[in-house]
Every structure is written in structure tokens, then in C-alpha cells.
Design a protein around this ligand. Sequence first.
Ligand code: PRP
Length: 205
Amino acid sequence: MLNVALPKGRLGERAYDLMARAGYECPELLAGGRKLTFENERAGVRYFWVKPSDVPIYVERGAADVGIAGKDILLEYAPEVYELMDLGIGKCRMCVAGFQDWRDEGDRDLRVATKFPHIAKAHYAEKGRDITIIKLNGSIEIAPLLGLSDVIVDIVETGKTLLENGLAPLETVADISARFIANTASYAFHYDEIRSMCERLGEIL
Ligand code: PRP
């Protein structure tokens, strides 16, 4: 039996859809309710719904053998896991965004509001630009509007949130999509099962 960590929410539902089509269905999982774990003994899988940013924690520590996590989460937390496949779902971009006409004068620390401090720090360290991180937990787009930050580093999917708040993407930091990840020890112990899962996923992608 492989333990599979799925990210709660829309991405998780799409990821489960791929798993089901690959032969790892567990219909009970879509029934709604508050239950968080589901198993299909015949298919050899036990799923559990976790907060998207917690998926790498479960997988890194071996509580889950495999899981599905956004590349944004993997870049931010840099867990020691194997990234086995790009599932091609949940596609979006990590961007620097701000007012369209905003220019960096470079005369003081750049104030960057974000849910992704490590990604933001790494991006500006590469450019040699000093910044101050303002760590927020959501609704990041408000920060430049209220003068809390100069720019934001955040996920842009359709661009609607930026547009409707008078902001624009200024720079792409990374392309994001969902990745199939595995615990390093599980990958050795359950090599055949995990490889076969990858192959079956590969066939339906
Ligand atoms: C994400 C992201 C943006 C929005 C981008 O927010 O932080 O705010 O989606 O999507 P769009 O380009 O399609 O408009 P999320 O829904 O996760 O909410 P939060 O950041 O406020 O937690």
C-alpha cells in the first residue's frame, strides 16, 4: 500500500482525477464530508488530504510515500524529496508584480511583500539587490495598494487578481506546475510500485 498525500483544494481534485484515470481510483474520496483519509486496498493506495504547503513535510518525513505538490511549494521549502514528474496541471507563474509604471530607483532596500520569502530572497540575491521582506499570508495584492510594499512576489494564474487591483506582472521568477514527488527511502523500498505509478501517470498525461 502506498500512502499518497494530496493537496486539499482544486489542485488536489485535479491531481486525484489523474490518479483515478491512471488506475488508482477511490470513489469514496469524492463523496464530500470531512473525512481526510481514504484507501483502495485493491489498487494499493491510501490517500490523505493535507494543506498544500504541508505535502512536502509529509513526504520528506515518510508519512507519505509519494505526493503531489506545486513547484512553488517545492521552491519555497526545498524539501529533500525526489521530484519524479511534472504533472502539467496547476500551471501558473511566480511573478514580481506591482504598479505598471513602477520603476526601481535602487536608492534604498526594496520592500517586497510575499507568502514566499525564500523564493523572493533567492530571486533578488541573484540580482544583488537588497530587499526587505514583508511576509504576508494572503491577499498579497493589497500591499502595494496601501504602500506597505513596493512590489509583491506572488502566484499569477489568470492575472485577474492583479488586473482588478490595478497591478501588473513586472517580471517572471519561475514557471510553476504540479509535481509528483517521492520520499527518498520509500523510492528505494517501493521502487516497483512507485515506478509503475509514474508510468501509468505518464501514459494518461
Ligand atoms: C492566489 C495568488 C493570487 C491569485 C492569482 O491567491 O496569491 O492572489 O491566486 O490568481 P489569478 O492570477 O488567476 O487572479 P489564492 O487564491 O491562493 O489566495 P491568497 O493568496 O489570498 O491566499
